[in-house]
Structures are given as structure tokens and as C-alpha cells.
Design a protein around this ligand. Structure first.
Ligand SMILES: [Zn+2]
Length: 68
């Protein structure tokens, strides 16, 4: 059972994004509102999917704020 955790992985995808007001605190470029999907997979088979929204930087990808 020691290898169990290696079979589970999470993938984060951006479904769509649009420009938002505000700037990134790290690189000062523009932020956008992104609709994300987190997919949890077991042995490469997705078994859990969660969609959420976050304000993220379009340049460095930092998540400035997340809400759901
Ligand atoms: Zn940034």
C-alpha cells in the first residue's frame, strides 16, 4: 500500500478566463478571472472533478484570490 499515493494525482485546468480589475502582487501585470477545474485521478482515470473560480495573474500564473 506504500505506493498508493503515487497513483493519485490532481490536474488543474483553466476552462475560461476573462480580464479582471487588479494587478498581480508579484509581477504587477494584469489579473484575470479564471474558471478552473481540478480533476483528481486514480490510475489516470478521473473520478472526481471540481470547478471553481479564481482571480489569477495572466503572466506568472499566481493565484491572487480564489472563491467558489
Ligand atoms: Zn504575476
Amino acid at each position: 500500500m506504500a505506493c498508493f499515493c503515487f497513483l493519485v494525482d490532481q490536474k488543474r485546468k483553466i476552462r475560461r478566463s476573462k480580464p479582471a480589475a487588479g494587478t498581480c502582487s508579484r509581477c504587477r501585470s494584469g489579473a484575470s478571472v479564471a474558471e478552473m477545474i481540478t480533476q483528481t485521478r486514480f490510475c489516470y482515470v478521473p473520478f472526481y472533478c471540481k470547478s471553481w473560480k479564481a482571480i489569477m495573474c495572466t503572466f506568472c500564473g499566481a493565484i491572487l484570490k480564489s472563491y467558489r
